[in-house]
Design a protein around this ligand. Sequence first.
Ligand SMILES: NC(=O)c1ccc[n+]([C@@H]2O[C@H](COP(=O)([O-])OP(=O)(O)OC[C@H]3O[C@@H](n4cnc5c(N)ncnc54)[C@H](OP(=O)(O)O)[C@@H]3O)[C@@H](O)[C@H]2O)c1
Length: 343
Amino acid sequence: MTPSLLVLGGSAFVGHAVVAEGLERGYAVSTFNRGRLQSQPPAGVTALHGDRLDPSTLTPLGEGSWDVVVDTWSGAPTAVRDAATRLAPRAGHYVYVSSGSVYPPPLPVGLDESAATVDGSADDTDSSDYARAKRGGELAAVAAFGERALLGRCGLILGPREDVGRLPWWLQRMARGGEVLAPAPPERPLQFIDARDLARFLLDASQDGLDGPFNLVSRRGHATMGELLEACRGATAGERTTDAELRWTAAEVIEEYEIEPWTELPIWLPLGTEYEGLHGMDVERAHAAGLRCRAVTETVADTWAWMAALGGPPPVRGGIPPHGLSPERERAALSAAMRSSGS
Ligand SMILES: NC(=O)c1ccc[n+]([C@@H]2O[C@H](COP(=O)([O-])OP(=O)(O)OC[C@H]3O[C@@H](n4cnc5c(N)ncnc54)[C@H](OP(=O)(O)O)[C@@H]3O)[C@@H](O)[C@H]2O)c1
């Protein structure tokens, strides 16, 4: 019989990848959202509509039955509770797309799923604290589905349709050409997951009946900062009138200019901070269960191809602060780096 998949969400970044993976596998796919981001669902998808913050509109979730539910919610935990409670009697497996943010700092390298998490509550109506909200969502999923709940603790997610603006910013920056402030060292190991690899793992794992928490990113060093930026340079090469030259700049200079890691220089974190574990989670449980991560060159090239096809700036989801470094601040830091190196 054809497996059935319900994606709570399903029309932005991660949800879209899950829907595409479900369709590719021949699943009968439904989505549940307000219909704001997508007026027409992809061919073959049954679109159900409602507002997760308004329980009176959740009626469609009380009517069907599904083998797998994937929930991408990142707001107040009560939305997970209200959906999961309705679905539990008629759905097989519940996959909650959680986050490594449930682990409180300091985040040492090698943190596995047994590490302590922040507190949270399934009954929390507040979403202002992201880590607490994600933990509350986890607890809500487990309360309703027990051993039929899988918690996907994702680290950094990249790939086509990214609506945060991390990889898209680096690609746009490389396309502009000139001297690019590149945070040294190039060997800095990164950890991330392509949304399409995440989608594949989540559906494989639910088919296999896996439950509990899984840290979901590549192995540490799957790519380095240097390999990522070279991949961005390579992908955008055809678009430039002047070449993009990577100027590897010491973290101390970047710090001196108060350039924010992670947001102004997206994806990058200096080595040795209390957030080191954001690029260093232990992911052996997921890899033993079949997680496979594609090459960084493919993630980068496909993201650039998606951006090019858009014909305009990539969308950024509401409430996300702008990512990237202004040309003025970049020039100032590059000049300072040149002075301090005496060249
Ligand atoms: N980006 C990262 O690096 C990262 C890292 C770790 C974890 N994560 C997690 O990954 C997930 C990413 O999700 P995504 O945004 O890509 O998922 P998505 O499912 O593709 O998009 C969000 C969906 O939620 C729907 N939605 C929003 N408000 C709603 C409401 N009130 N009622 C019903 N539906 C509503 C939206 O459609 P409508 O607006 O049409 O309703 C949309 O379909 C999040 O859980 C995030 O915490 C991300």
